[in-house]
Design a protein around this ligand. Structure first.
Ligand code: FES
Ligand code: FES
Length: 165
């Protein structure tokens, strides 16, 4: 006998990098998967998928959040920023991205989008953080390539210029 499956997906709508977006998600779909698979925004990376590596970090209502620990349905109605939203409308890199490029603060780049989002969160609240404050933020991310020196140099340069945004 033909059995009809009931569609259990939920419509999810939020503002992504300044533009309204929507898509469908199962109740247990992660925000990281929703961004990448449903919306095609692949700048947010997925590593450990249990909140440790930080690769999936995005900003929800301005605060850095692990998107692998957030359900897509929990994002309904919020303002979300991903790494795709950091550059200007003309594609120009912002001060933090420019400093990353200058100081070779990335190699494979897998960790980079998450680190940029956490540092952006910090700079938004404190444009001139101390080295210790920056280390606290960067220490919440796993980078297997750089040894962190370039990342610290880039963040410190932005902090010293008070140019974080
Ligand atoms: S993928 Fe989310 S913290 Fe590692
Ligand atoms: S640049 Fe490769 S993991 Fe950080």
């Amino acid at each position: 006998m033909l059995k009809l499956e009931k569609d259990t997906r939920h419509k999810v709508r939020f503002v992504l990098n300044g533009s309204p977006v929507s898509g469908w998600a199962d109740a247990r779909m992660l925000l990281s998967d929703f961004l990448r698979q449903e919306l095609g925004e692949t700048g947010t990376h997925v590593g450990c998928e249990h909140g440790v590596c930080g690769a999936c970090t995005v900003r929800i209502e301005g605060r850095a959040v692990r998107s692998c620990l957030t359900l897509a349905v929990q994002a309904e109605g919020f303002d979300i920023q991903t790494v795709e939203g950091l550059a200007g409308d003309d594609g120009a890199l912002n001060a933090l991205q420019t400093a990353f490029r200058k100081h070779h603060a990335l190699q494979c780049g897998y960790c980079t989008s998450g680190i940029l989002m956490s540092l952006t969160d910090m700079f938004q609240r404190n444009p001139s953080p101390s080295r210790d404050e920056i280390e606290d933020v960067v220490g919440g991310h796993i980078c297997r390539c750089t040894g962190y020196a370039g990342i610290m140099d880039a963040a410190l340069e932005v902090a010293e210029a008070g140019a974080g945004k």
